[in-house]
Design a binder for this molecule. Structure first.
Ligand SMILES: [Zn+2]
Length: 208
């Protein structure tokens, strides 16, 4: 009888010990690996650099105010409307009947307009709206190649957004990579130019 109780106590101790270990391991994992929610929360604490003009569109059809489920990537688009400015596109997103919007628009003079907070969902990248930040890029002509000023600002912005989320350039994708749509047109038709862009982002990050 005494032996039995002893064994039962020991097994209870083992169980408590195992539970304590599991909790400790769980807490450790929680601290070491940020969860999706914590990655999105972190975006709320980011101070935007001076070269970003924040001009948020009103909450409505395009900007729903919904939070990102995670911050796992950056999606690049082209506006598809040659010669339009960043401001033109931002104002289009702000119109009552528009149901598309992106976090950023990079303009023809290299200006960068932010249309909604980093931690909210844009309406630009289909099934990746839930976990990505989107950038629409202006272009001078139908071909869709970015001019030098626009390109330089885009590289700077993407490098900064990678740093913010501790993402590497593998997380930087084209709208084409989500849906197969020809967007951003020039960088779908010229994969070398796309590779070059990612390389330039890496170089910018290395420079700080
Ligand atoms: Zn697109």
């Amino acid at each position: 009888m005494a032996k039995k109780i002893g064994r039962r106590r020991r097994s209870r101790l083992w169980r408590v010990g195992a539970l304590v270990m599991a909790v400790a391991v769980g807490l450790g994992a929680w601290w070491l690996w940020p969860t999706a929610a914590r990655r999105v929360e972190a975006l709320e604490k980011v101070a935007p650099p001076a070269w970003i003009q924040q001009d948020f569109i009103p909450v409505g059809k395009a900007r729903t105010g919904a939070r990102l489920a995670d911050y796992a990537g950056i999606v690049i688009h082209y506006v598809g409307n040659p010669g339009t400015t960043a401001r033109n596109n931002r104002n289009y997103f702000a119109m009552e009947d528009t149901n598309v919007c992106s976090h950023f628009v990079v303009g023809l003079d290299g200006e960068i307009v932010q249309c909604l907070p980093l931690w909210e969902r844009s309406a630009a990248s289909n099934q990746r709206n839930r976990d990505t930040i989107s950038i629409e890029v202006c272009h001078p002509d139908e071909g869709g190649a970015f001019n030098a000023a626009t390109y330089a600002s885009l590289v700077r912005l993407v490098a900064w957004l990678c740093d913010v989320g501790r993402l590497d350039t593998a997380a930087v994708i084209r709208h084409y990579d989500v849906t197969g749509k020809d967007c951003p047109l020039y960088y779908v038709q010229n994969p070398d130019a796309w590779e070059r862009l990612l390389w330039d982002v890496e170089a910018q990050r290395a420079d700080g």
